[in-house]
Design a protein around this ligand. Structure first.
Ligand code: NAP
Length: 272
């Protein structure tokens, strides 16, 4: 890829961002479509200054990651209605000096799940009450799924369940729950706690589809046991990929080269 006077710049703002897989994914997509565009990391502590700078410098699109997904909202000119309901923005669409905030995390989760199951009318047991569970929960509502939420900290879990208008359960109630689909949106199973899973193996056969949003490792204990129990499984790479696909299509107006982006994510993960 050559950088020249016409290169359209994109990036990811967060703190830290050096670990991000997004530059590899988006730059491979730009290269595959021969677009004169590039995507770079922006380690940001001054959110207000960065938002002014993006407009001033003509940056076209920015991914937003931890810890800035809420902090960018007061600095937007417009926000997508679902992102506003979620209360978190992971994508900035910057054109004509205006910044529009979007959330593609829920789009990524829905697309990953919809490769295996029709969400409308399905019962989904969603584990967790953090930022990802919140985005995925709103996405499941958008798709017409029926949610049950289970999480560790009761007050936080009940609050999210109330927001999503769904029942909340303690983690020790999981063996009594049945649904079409199970989604782990907690960090349980992530390295270094790769031996951990919130769902007893004996319960897994009651779900047709099991998705884990943890992507390091790709094969979590939950997914290994779900495969052994005969479930269809979706790993965390799928959500990461499809949230990036939605960003790419928003910024470029072109269909994303999905296979290229998946391969670049796999290569970047393997190189870690
Ligand atoms: P977060 O806001 O910090 O929420 C973490 C959630 O995990 C909370 O609900 C927390 O429980 C729960 N949790 C953590 N340790 C637990 C334990 N030992 N037992 C039970 N519950 C536990 O994090 P997040 O941003 O939602 O991210 C969660 C995970 O998703 C991370 O591993 C992250 O890497 C991954 N992720 C993947 C993607 C993707 O595209 N695939 C995107 C974003 C994040 P409490 O409710 O008790 O606090």
């Amino acid at each position: 890829m050559r950088i020249n006077g016409s290169t359209i710049l994109h990036g990811i703002m967060g703190n830290p961002v050096s670990h991000s897989l997004s530059p590899a994914m988006h730059n491979s997509a730009f290269a595959a479509l021969k677009l004169n565009a590039a995507y770079v990391p922006f380690p940001v502590t001054d959110v207000a200054g960065a938002m002014t700078g993006f407009k001033a410098l003509g940056i076209r699109g920015v991914s937003v990651t931890i810890p800035h997904k809420q902090a960018v909202i007061p600095h937007l000119d417009e926000i997508d209605p679902v992102a506003a309901r979620i209360g978190a923005v992971n994508t900035l669409d910057i054109q004509h000096g205006r910044i529009i905030g979007h959330n593609t995390d829920w789009l990524g989760a829905n697309r990953a799940l919809q490769e295996k199951i029709t969400l409308a009318g399905s019962r989904v047991l969603l584990l967790g009450a953090g930022g990802s569970a919140r985005a995925i929960g709103f996405g499941l509502l958008e798709a017409g799924a029926h949610i049950m939420l289970a999480s560790r900290t009761a007050a936080k879990g009940r609050e999210l369940a109330q927001t999503l208008n769904c029942p909340w359960h303690a983690l020790d109630e999981i063996p009594d729950l049945a649904a079409d689909c199970l989604v782990n949106a907690t960090s349980v199973g992530m390295a270094p706690q790769i031996e951990a899973s919130l769902v007893p193996k004996a319960c897994l056969s009651r779900f047709s589809v099991v998705m884990d949003i943890v992507y390091a490792p790709l094969e979590t204990r939950l997914l290994i046991e779900a495969s052994e129990a005969g479930c269809q499984v979706v790993n965390g790479l799928a959500m990461l990929l499809y949230q990036g696909v939605a960003q790419f299509e928003l910024w470029t107006g072109r269909p994303a080269p999905v296979a290229v982006m998946r391969d670049s994510l796999l290569a970047a993960l393997a190189a870690r």
